[in-house]
Design a protein around this ligand. Structure first.
Ligand code: THG
Length: 373
């Protein structure tokens, strides 16, 4: 393979990796110790326009599931997040920050409630399985924790619903945003949710049992065949679309060193609820002292600049007030668009800043609310 990665057992293939290779994948990233396609034959810009107009099939099996099951499952799951889960229904997905005892971000998964005593965390890039196991051991909770054989396949774009209605029937049209239902596929029951890492609409099929059988190939082929009528293309989370949409990436926009109140996730933190979670006192202290920064967009430069790989300083005069952790040229807004936590005196929309480039030059920029409009 010409990916440049030294392949080994530590870098896991997904059940869909053979399919993305057949479709001419041009490179991978590694997330949760598993391959994530990063590019296909076309450019990120072409992929972006296609995603906004048509439909794409994405191997997002790196969104590993951490299963929490058993009599104390609900207690453990609530202990892990500041989001109030007391009214969560079976069949619901919830975007939940996970924090440690200091309020630092452990992960920002999508939580699925499968039964009163059965949950999946669909995780971003950190080892939640170890964290959850350690917490359960320490608390003496009666739970079983594992990484089940589940591989999410995302179908994203405005034509996703019509495609999947052709494949699974019109019932899938009734699935609400961040809700899931079950469909029959090749004699198996599979979970399908209206969710995904884009703002263009779409679904995620959490394929169970895909690693050992031919099921993953079968599912890919079925979606691909049904997609012919809709101009389907292979794709992957699109950096332009993700940044414009204000979708954050663990390890890029924030890490263990950041707390959810300061990294744009305050809406998912319920500090006044009648429930306990690890890090509650730490987050109460942060709120008490006043948050010092928050997540914002930055529009910068009027010519295409290189995609950000090393954070770029955001400056107010000589003072650093943030750093762009993900940034790329937007062919729609005709500016570069970036994500950055910004210090409070400078975070108002429209505030003028400058952005330091790796060349040593500076370009003018402006603070924007998220998502970029
Ligand atoms: N899908 C699934 N798992 C995932 C991701 C995904 N795990 C890793 C990563 N992506 C987690 N990050 C996000 C970020 C934002 C959203 C989903 C996953 C998202 N948020 C809704 C929004 O912003 O409108 C919030 C929905 C809610 O209210 O709970 O879509 O993409 N399976």
């Amino acid at each position: 393979m010409s990916s440049g990665l030294n392949m080994s057992r530590r870098i896991r293939r997904s059940p869909f990796t053979s399919k993305v290779e057949q479709h001419g994948v041009r490179g991978f990233s590694v997330v949760n110790h598993m391959l994530l396609p990063k590019a296909f034959k076309r450019s990120v810009e072409e992929d972006y326009w296609h995603l906004r107009e048509h439909v794409q099939i994405w191997d997002v099996a790196t969104q590993r599931q951490v299963e929490i099951k058993g009599p104390d499952a609900a207690k453990l799951v609530q202990w892990m997040t500041p989001r109030d889960l007391t009214r969560t229904q079976i069949g619901q997905c919830l975007y939940v920050p996970l924090v440690d005892g200091q309020g630092g971000m452990i992960n920002d998964p999508v939580l699925l409630k499968l039964a009163e005593d059965h949950f999946w965390f669909s995780i971003a890039d950190s080892d939640v399985l170890l964290w959850a196991t350690g917490l359960a051991e320490g608390k003496g909770f009666n739970v079983d924790i594992c990484e089940p054989d589940v591989a999410p396949l995302a179908i994203q774009g405005p034509k996703a619903e019509d495609l999947l209605a052709n494949l699974f029937g019109d019932d899938i049209r009734a699935i609400g945003f961040f809700k899931f239902a079950w469909v029959d596929f090749a004699g198996t029951q599979q979970l399908i949710a209206r969710s995904g890492y884009s703002r263009q609409g779409g679904f995620e099929i959490y394929l169970r049992g895909g690693s050992a059988t031919g099921l993953a190939d079968q599912l890919w082929d079925a979606v691909w065949a049904a997609g012919q009528a809709f101009n389907i293309a292979p794709g992957c989370p699109n950096l332009i679309e993700r940044i414009e949409g204000g979708l954050l990436s663990y390890g890029n926009e924030f890490t263990l060193a950041d707390n959810p109140l300061e990294c744009g996730l305050a809406d998912y933190c319920h500090l006044d609820g009648d429930f306990e979670f690890i890090g509650k006192q730490a987050l109460l202290n942060v709120r008490q002292n006043g948050i010092r920064r928050d997540m914002r967009g930055v529009l910068y430069g009027t010519e295409p600049l290189p995609t950000v790989t090393i954070p770029l300083p955001v400056m107010a005069g000589k003072q650093k007030v943030g750093q762009i952790t993900s940034g790329i040229w937007s062919p729609r807004l005709n500016r570069n668009v970036g994500l950055s936590m910004i210090e409070r005196d400078h975070w108002a929309s429209g505030t003028k800043v400058s952005v330091g480039l790796q060349t040593g030059h500076k370009v003018p920029g402006e603070i924007s609310l998220l998502p970029f409009s």
